[in-house]
Ligand binder design. Structure first.
Ligand SMILES: [Fe+2]
Ligand SMILES: [Fe+2]
Length: 266
């Protein structure tokens, strides 16, 4: 294979955080604010309001009564769940525009997987785990926007069995873990999120290994149903997540994610 001319990625290639996400995260960070302030932010975005109401009335949440307003939905969801829903909907256009259905589904499955593992192994807050899982491959979107033709070529190599980070490094001189880390820093996301994105393929190198391992394992379990689960023994040696029946976990995560994906698609 010829060595390609490396594409140079600039700081400006990292997209800005979607507006509604900026506003919502600011409200959530502000200790003096509450659910009413968050409802105010959400009400300005009619599309978001409609989507959130559809979701809270879906099978994924299974609330007994019909929820007709954001003001009623938020107390039922609580701040953490509300935050996850806003991030999910705010990021959907960016993820689907460049990564298509496959990227969207993989992000949701990994998010559900992280949430599930975080609850099971009690290694971190499950709501933070959802966000980390959802955003773990966001760097791929940045590389894809920089050069979609080259990124398609990278995907072809990966489908033939090449290591994704190696091929990305070859074409871009960087990879989606490092680019995702830069994005998370630019967006001022919590340090655990930045760190887990950076180390999701090499959790053993992380200073916050529990978080990185959750994403590493969830990412593997979120792969296509037909693909075998590729948990590297050498990498898993130092993990606090020891599972003897990964197939059963994979099945549970895929089933849970299927309900969420169906509810999000309505
Ligand atoms: Fe990845
Ligand atoms: Fe992934």
């Amino acid at each position: 294979m010829d060595t390609p001319n490396k594409l140079i990625l600039n700081y400006n290639d990292i997209p800005a955080m979607p507006n509604v996400m900026v506003k919502a995260l600011n409200v959530i960070k502000d200790e003096g604010s509450g659910l009413n302030d968050l409802a105010d932010v959400m009400c300005y975005d009619q599309a978001l309001t409609t989507q959130v109401l559809k979701l809270v009335n879906s099978a994924y949440y299974g609330f007994a009564q019909q929820i007709t307003s954001i003001g009623k939905a938020l107390p039922l969801l609580g701040m953490d769940q509300a935050k996850n829903i806003i991030i999910t909907f705010a990021m959907k256009p960016m993820l689907t525009a460049r990564g298509g259905k496959a990227m969207w589904e993989h992000s949701i499955r990994t998010a559900v997987g992280c949430e599930h593992l975080a609850k099971e192994f009690k290694l971190m807050d499950s709501s933070d785990a959802f966000v980390i899982g959802f955003l773990h491959d966001i760097g791929k979107i940045v590389l894809n926007v920089k050069n979609p033709v080259v990124y398609r070529k990278i995907e072809e190599f990966v489908n033939k069995g090449a290591n994704v980070l190696d091929v990305e490094n070859m074409f871009f001189g960087t990879n989606h873990s490092d680019v995702g880390f830069l994005l998370a820093k630019k967006w001022q996301l919590p340090v655990v999120v930045n760190n887990a994105i950076k180390y999701h393929h090499n959790p053993q190198n992380s200073s916050m290994a529990n978080f990185a391992y959750i994403v590493y394992v969830a990412d593997k379990l979120a792969q296509d149903k037909k693909k075998p689960i590729e948990l590297d023994e050498e990498i898993m040696k130092n993990s606090n997540i020891q599972i003897d029946n990964p197939e059963a976990y994979k099945e549970t995560i895929h089933n849970k994610a299927a309900v969420l994906l169906a509810s999000l698609a309505r």
